[in-house]
Design a protein around this ligand. Structure first.
Ligand code: CA
Length: 234
């Protein structure tokens, strides 16, 4: 059992009973925990480094959605949202805002701890130099910017490579076109929708077999794009 260095987790939840039990289960697994009972309190903590953030969508002062966006301005730590809303639209909206996973209340603390561990494993893998997906169908060398499709180098522009890395670093997370262009270019500009769409189209031509039925970059209608490749185990 790994203890001590599992990571530091911020729990943003106004219901003390829930916050306490989540803390208890995480501490038992060796995590260091910090808690915030209001959005405002959470805001004051965002300059501290966290490995993961658990965020209740329904807070008394600031909405979970707003907080999620605020966290994403400064931190790339995985966010797991807690919510009583189970609708698929809310789920997609939550993930579109930058949450990595979603747990619907009432939840089992054991289940939440499992999701926390899964997110942290994923984050660690994201820093590995060579990433391989779908049994080697697609590989990415993050250091020398080399992408291969079935072992054959695919020549990507720097922007295409950046977009692919952003998406592949968080499989399953939906990124809006605006988020992607902000992360790639660092500023807004006119016509970003079509610009992103054009880059995605080119990327698909280079890495997919069937562009109308993509394995790796899927369109989430009305929201944006997500990466759906399956990371190979070592
Ligand atoms: Ca609440």
């Amino acid at each position: 059992m790994d203890t001590g260095k599992s990571g530091t987790i911020l729990i943003i939840e106004d219901e003390k009973k829930i916050s306490d039990i989540v803390e208890l289960y995480l501490k038992r697994e060796g995590f260091v925990t910090r808690t915030a009972g209001t959005g405002e309190e959470a805001m004051r903590r965002f300059n501290e480094p966290f490995d993961l953030i658990i965020l209740d969508l329904m807070l008394p002062d600031i909405s979970g959605e707003e907080l999620c966006s605020a966290i994403r301005e400064t931190s790339d730590a995985p966010i797991i949202m807690l919510t009583a809303k189970s609708g698929e639209e809310d789920r997609i909206r939550g993930l579109g805002l930058g949450a990595d996973d979603y747990v619907v209340k009432p939840f089992s603390p054991r289940e939440l701890v499992a999701r926390v561990k899964a997110q942290l494993r994923r984050t660690k893998k994201g820093t590995r130099r060579v990433l391989s997906f779908n049994q080697g169908f697609l590989t990415m060398d993050t250091d020398n910017h080399e992408v291969k499709k079935k072992g054959v180098p695919a020549v990507l522009t720097p922007t295409e490579f950046r977009i692919l890395m952003i998406l592949a670093d968080k499989p399953g997370r939906v990124f809006s076109r605006l988020q992607l262009i902000n992360m790639v270019q660092g500023y807004d500009f006119e016509g970003y929708d079509r610009t992103v769409d054009a880059h995605i189209k080119n990327l698909r031509q280079k890495i997919e077999d069937d562009q109308r039925n993509p394995l790796f970059i899927k369109t989430v209608y009305g929201v944006g794009y997500k990466f759906t490749g399956i990371l190979d185990e070592d």
